[in-house]
Design a protein around this ligand. Structure first.
Ligand SMILES: [Zn+2]
Ligand SMILES: [Zn+2]
Length: 372
């Protein structure tokens, strides 16, 4: 009896909490918020304990305030970068599709308006009817143009069904019932084109986000978001800043422990324990930074590297051949400057391009900087 009363009062409290903060009602978002809170807290614990225990550092701050100011600047820049990355869009296919359609609508509307104004100057009323009809038919045609855009990125002869994300389309079940009810074959094809969320190459459905991600890299639990085309650059900068901050913090910890001032043993024990955890984090972060730098330079994603043999478009590609690489310089430029653009959809390389890439390097290639 007491247990049930306790449970119902807890449920009521949780219900009130979810009412005030609707984002907490989703368990996935709750765990992501929890991890974010832990990560931010760890940052403040490491910096706070350092300034609390290290009187030398406090004295140094008074003499050379720029040193501590630079450290604190890096501290806050890293946290800001963390929140920017976690709130940024990894490049959802649905957003790219919407943006593409909206651009097309604006373009088509301006085209219709210019046609109308041109015809009205000539005194023709037929243009208005024509304009209305083209406006009405546009919804179908934009869907078809997205389909065309995506299908053009695949080699000729690729089946449209292999490019449809079955998970995203499950959400549109009610519309699929409509499709099942339609008996005409032409209607079936029209509905497939209209409803299907076609995956451009290098796209993968993330089961945590429940969306298709352009150039899917991985789903980061610490950031609570996917890493993809839209935020890979931001993620790389975050790892870089975090590594620098951890290295600087570790240096300050070591300086404190090496000092000859007499202090309580428990202070040393806490500092050593924190330094061990920090050292493990630094090794992990530096390896992650190196790994992602390698991915950027070769234009690959973690998913493509790990699942190379399972991904259909990479199955026939020889080892040590990077099918999407355009040379180190161009890869870096694309990653930094155009990587977040939703329109930078990459086509699958043709057989000739793959053959050219798998050709062994010669001395002439070194001179002409083939890999750059
Ligand atoms: Zn999907
Ligand atoms: Zn995800």
């Amino acid at each position: 009896m007491a247990v049930s009363i306790c449970r119902s009062s807890r449920d009521r409290a949780l219900g009130r909490c979810f009412h005030c903060f609707p984002c907490l009602s989703d368990p996935a978002r709750r765990s992501s918020l929890g991890l974010k809170g832990i990560l931010v807290m760890l940052h403040f614990i490491y910096a706070g304990i350092l300034f609390l225990f290290d009187s030398d550092l406090v004295d140094k701050t008074k003499k050379e305030p720029w040193y501590t100011a630079l450290y604190l600047l890096l501290f806050f820049v890293t946290l800001v970068q963390y929140f920017i990355t976690s709130s940024s869009s990894p490049g959802y296919v649905i957003d790219a599709m919407r943006a593409f359609n909206e651009t097309n609508v604006i373009y088509r509307k301006s085209l219709v308006a210019s046609k109308q104004s041109a015809s009205s100057k000539n005194g023709s009323l037929d243009a208005t009817v024509e304009g209305c009809q083209s406006g009405r038919n546009f919804q179908g045609s934009t869907s078809a143009s997205w389909t065309k855009l995506v299908m053009d990125l695949y080699p000729p002869g690729t089946s449209i069904r292999t490019c449809i994300c079955s998970y995203c389309n499950v959400e549109q079940l009610s519309l699929w019932i409509l499709y099942a009810l339609s008996t005409l074959h032409g209607m079936w094809l029209l509905l497939i084109l209209f409803l299907a969320q076609l995956q451009p190459p290098r796209t993968k459905h993330c089961h945590d986000c429940d969306k298709c991600i352009l150039q899917f890299d991985h789903h980061c639990v610490w950031l609570g978001t996917c890493i993809g085309q839209g935020n890979h650059c931001s993620f790389w900068w975050y790892i870089c800043e975090e590594s620098a901050l951890c290295l600087w913090t570790a240096t300050l910890y070591i300086t404190y422990l090496k000092g000859n001032i007499s202090r309580a043993w428990w202070k040393d024990a806490i500092m050593i324990l924190l330094l061990i955890v920090l050292s493990i984090s630094i090794i992990f972060l530096l390896l992650l930074l190196l790994f992602h730098s390698y991915l950027v330079m070769t234009n690959q994603t973690t998913y493509e590297l790990v699942r190379r043999r399972r991904i259909p478009y990479l199955r026939g590609v020889p080892e040590r051949v990077y099918p999407f690489s355009k040379g180190v310089c161009r890869n870096l430029y694309d990653f930094c400057c155009v990587g977040s653009s939703i329109y930078s959809l990459e086509p699958l390389p043709s057989a000739e391009e793959l053959e050219e890439k798998s050709r062994p390097h010669t001395c002439l290639d070194v001179l002409t900087c083939r890999c750059c």
